[in-house]
Write a protein that binds this ligand. Structure first.
Ligand SMILES: Nc1ncnc2c1ncn2[C@@H]1O[C@H](COP(=O)(O)OP(=O)(O)OP(=O)(O)O)[C@@H](O)[C@H]1O
Ligand SMILES: [Mg+2]
Length: 357
């Protein structure tokens, strides 16, 4: 199986501003790859370079094995769905979807067949004669998807297509996008700055930071094995705690403000100051009892949020010098501990992500 997209040495400068520095990226055929990163990190720029709306300052764009660096957008087997749906308000749903095929002078009966097929795919076939103004946000975005899919692109680029929708519809649409991906065998490149969206959708996630690739990996790898502080903080909620590894504390030992823990690093680690990422759900908490067992330490609840399927505690530890966020799974009948409660905490040192400070 060949690759769908191969980007080598892609950079983009606008005057003195570097939007992208040397990016090398391969997108596999039929995968869903998400580009994730904070505002301004270069996500849209990279998509526009793949689509051909933007010329890279340096580098090469290969699509489906063909050097496409200097091809016009319409010569590339690529379609893009934008953040704002950009539908034609003076055309109905059918004509919006048919637009691209008409440009290509496709025969009428083929247009009809293909448009209906695309509308069936997004489950809007009964809406074909509606005006765009008569659609909800989610329906309009599905029309935008159908309009891109009707051209049967080898690659579909989706640039924050759900940003304008509220949370419930967004989750529904994410599942729709997954289903459509399965039914079309098309390569999807999906831009988001929402890590939940990225995790739900992706085969692989590309985390961008300031125009460069910070890390690439599957959702679980990105979550449990971030390679930088930026990746640890960007992907999910975490506690970042300063500490010391090895040397004075001993080989395989980490000294944190609330205790010393045995930790076997997964990658080579120099003795010295470190930052440790501790996921809230790896900390367990119980009302303080008489003595502390091995690996336990004391804290005082500062505040609590009951969110139904989880309880989030902020707990002061190390004599009040540090707050830790802990996430617990409530069970029916269990009681959330109130602010002020003395608690004992336990962590899972094997799940620490230890990064040189
Ligand atoms: N046409 C342009 N002229 C000058 N600078 C630009 C242009 N397009 C983008 N930039 C700059 O390039 C950088 C990357 O922009 P880009 O739109 O790719 O970010 P993004 O990751 O998509 O952000 P967002 O999440 O806000 O959409 C930004 O600093 C932006 O201001
Ligand atoms: Mg953008």
């Amino acid at each position: 199986m060949t690759n769908s997209i191969e980007l080598t040495g892609i950079s983009k400068s606008y005057g003195s501003l570097t939007a992208l520095g040397k990016v090398d990226l391969t997108v596999k055929r039929n995968e869903i790859l998400t580009l994730l990163g904070p505002s301004g990190c270069g996500k849209t720029t990279l998509m526009r370079i793949i689509a051909g709306f933007e010329q890279p300052t340096t580098g090469k764009v290969v699509i489906d094995g063909k050097d496409s660096t200097s091809l016009a957008p319409e010569q590339r087997p690529v379609n893009m769905v934008f953040q704002k749906y950009a539908l034609f308000p003076h055309l109905d749903v059918f004509d919006n979807v048919a637009f691209g095929l008409r440009l290509k002078k496709t025969p009428k009966d083929v247009i009809k067949r293909e448009v209906i097929k695309a509308l069936e795919l997004v489950q809007l076939e009964t809406y074909k004669n509606r005006w765009i103004s008569e659609l909800s946000g989610g329906q309009a975005q599905r029309v935008a998807l159908a309009r891109a899919l009707v051209n049967r692109p080898a690659v579909l680029l989706l640039d924050e297509p759900l940003a304008a929708l509220d949370l419930k519809i967004r989750h529904h649409m994410l599942n729709e996008i997954k289903r459509i991906h399965e039914e079309t065998s098309t390569t999807f490149v999906y831009v988001t700055h929402d890590q939940d969206e990225a995790m739900i959708l992706s085969d692989r996630v590309v985390l961008l930071n300031k125009g460069g690739i910070e890390q690439i990996g599957g959702p679980e790898e990105m979550y449990w094995s971030p390679r930088t502080l930026f990746a640890a903080k960007f992907f999910g909620d975490t506690n970042i705690v300063g500490g010391t590894y090895g040397a004075s504390t001993g080989e395989g030992q980490i000294q944190l403000p609330f205790g010393r823990f045995a930790h076997a690093p997964k990658v080579a680690l120099q003795a010295g100051p470190v930052n440790v990422s501790i996921r809230p759900e790896t900390l367990s908490l119980a009302p303080a009892h008489g003595h502390l067992a091995e690996g336990e330490f004391l804290g005082k609840v500062k505040d609590t949020s009951f969110i139904g399927n989880r309880v989030i505690y902020r707990v002061a530890v190390a004599g009040g010098t540090l707050d830790l966020k802990c996430q617990q799974l409530p069970t029916p009948g269990s009681h959330t501990l109130p602010p002020g409660a003395d608690v004992s905490l336990k962590c899972k040192p094997e799940s620490f992500v230890v990064l040189p400070a």
